[in-house]
Design a binder for this molecule. Structure first.
Ligand SMILES: Cc1cc2nc3c(=O)[nH]c(=O)nc-3n(C[C@H](O)[C@H](O)[C@H](O)COP(=O)(O)OP(=O)(O)OC[C@H]3O[C@@H](n4cnc5c(N)ncnc54)[C@H](O)[C@@H]3O)c2cc1C
Length: 457
């Protein structure tokens, strides 16, 4: 450990006590993690670190997929795991005030106890923290209905690099009093401030949930179906997940983990769901809307769920991405392309992958959100060239004016790709904000931008 780091650590130990500093190394974390128990302690930590130029990496549930929480030996981790209280559920205003270290699933359960919904759901719900969710502007399974995290945060408390606490714990839906400062920190991946508390907008718990898996023969019908369902389900459409055959056929293969609810061999499988308020009427109208979609030729086959276990079985098919690791090494991409360009994009990916011998090419995604996940690689590990795979995929995204990161953020993993999706003017403005809020680069340095890029901007 460097001399300056150990001097800083001595001050921090004095501030936090032994229980506030963890030194047990594991595979992913650095040797030292600070564990403050209050916003005031976070502020004091940052005052000490900014005076010493000591870099800090905020750590949530470590479920991030862009390496934003990774750190080097010279950096200190800062985990909000002890700041995990649900401070208030305000049923009159339908808000939740929660500390950033709270696990997402516990926040869900607390809202549910009051018959309310925190409408953010993702596979890592049991380990991800709400602070990490806000820092990454997480998306997940209900974006088409409720938006991304950005759309459900009403208020935020943040500690700046110099220890200043900015408390914007607004609870009002409308509040146009100057710049919306919280937006700077949502999705900033811990590079502009440490998020310590959040006010979420809650929604009524849905009373009905209707789910179906649909087979669709061509992409034009997928697009028509999206608009058809959106227009005929009275704003209740909460999922529109598309799986292409490489996904569905593998997941439901003979001897695999899932039985196929619909026969294999269709060009697209669409998992659709609505969340409503009237169980009997919603079920009828869901069935009618799907029947009409079939009559109009948008859907060639369908299976509707009748129980929670049937619903779970459909979602397990969509969520079982780990099952693809048996194929061989691949890179899981998370990108966006507008729906009108998606067919051309997918065609180019398929043809290009074939020409380059990337024989793992699996496509699925939250189509209603313009978000595709693409698994691209090689069954034969010796042929796998991650750089070639990345270059090919991101070149194609850039050509289609898409986004190199739909919902996972930039972190270290996509830093080099950022100029493909953002203009020089946008990048300069972002780096200007970073310089203003963190002039010594102590907050999650080298994430999103390198320290050198910022210095040169
Ligand atoms: C199985 C699985 C499924 C997933 N599904 C989805 C999905 O559907 N949609 C989606 O968007 N993501 C998904 N993810 C990615 C991940 O769960 C999200 O990015 C999540 O929001 C990260 O939260 P975390 O607490 O684990 O943060 P971490 O991974 O610990 O950190 C993520 C970033 O946020 C920063 N950070 C953490 N806490 C704070 C804080 N308090 N203040 C400031 N910065 C902070 C970190 O420095 C880092 O840059 C999935 C991940 C897994 C493993």
């Amino acid at each position: 450990m460097s001399e300056s780091k150990s001097a800083v650590l001595e001050q921090l130990r004095e501030l936090l006590g032994d229980s506030g500093v963890r030194e047990t190394p594991d595979d992913f974390l650095p040797d030292i993690i600070l564990k403050p128990s209050s916003t005031e302690e976070v502020s004091e930590i940052l005052k000490i670190c900014s005076a010493a130029g000591q870099a800090i990496v905020p750590i949530g549930g470590k479920s991030g997929l862009a390496s934003g929480h990774h750190q080097t030996d010279s950096e200190l981790g800062l985990s909000l795991e002890r700041m995990n209280a649900i401070e208030e559920i305000d049923t009159a205003n339908r808000t939740m005030t929660v500390q950033a270290g709270c696990i997402l699933q516990l926040a869900h359960e607390a809202a549910e106890e009051h018959d309310l919904l925190l409408p953010l759901d993702l596979g890592a719900r049991g380990s991800a923290t709400v602070g990490g969710n806000v820092a990454t502007n997480a998306g997940g399974n209900m974006v088409i209905r409720y938006g991304m995290v950005r759309d459900m945060v009403l208020g935020l408390e943040v500690v700046l690099a110099d220890g200043t606490v900015v408390s914007s714990m607004n609870k009002m839906l409308k509040n146009n009093t100057g710049y919306d400062l919280k937006q700077w920190f949502i999705g900033a991946e811990g590079t502009l401030g440490i998020i310590t508390r959040v006010v979420f907008r809650l929604r009524p718990q849905p009373r009905s949930q209707n789910t179906a898996l649909l087979a669709v023969d061509d992409f034009a019908s997928v697009r028509r179906l999206l608009h058809w369902l959106d227009g005929h389900t009275a704003g209740t459409l909460s999922a529109f997940e598309v799986m292409w055959p490489e996904f569905y056929d593998h997941i439901t293969r003979e001897g695999g983990n899932h039985t196929p609810p619909l026969p294999r061999g269709s060009a697209h499988y669409v998992l659709v769901e609505t969340l409503g308020s009237n169980p009997a009427a919603d079920a009828d109208s869901f069935e009618n809307v799907l029947a009409e979609a079939m009559e109009q030729g948008m859907v060639s086959d369908a299976v509707l769920t009748r129980s929670q276990s049937e619903r779970n079985a459909l979602w397990e098919i969509r969520d079982d991405v780990l099952d693809f690791f048996v194929l061989g090494p691949f890179i899981p991409f998370d990108i966006s392309v507008t729906v009108d360009r998606m067919e051309g994009f997918i065609g180019d990916i398929r043809r290009g992958a074939e020409a380059a011998n990337f024989d793992i090419c699996v496509i699925f995604g939250h189509l209603g959100d313009c978000n595709l996940h693409v698994l691209l690689g090689n069954r034969d590990a010796a042929s796998f060239d991650p750089e070639a795979v990345e270059a090919f995929l991101y070149d194609t995204v850039e050509r289609y004016q898409g986004s190199v990161s739909a919902e996972h953020g930039v972190g270290l993993a996509k830093r080099a790709q950022l100029p493909r999706s953002r203009s020089p003017e946008e990048l300069r403005l972002m780096m200007g904000l970073k310089k203003m809020l963190d002039p010594d680069n102590i907050l999650n340095p080298n994430k999103i931008f390198t320290v050198d890029q910022i210095a040169a901007s």
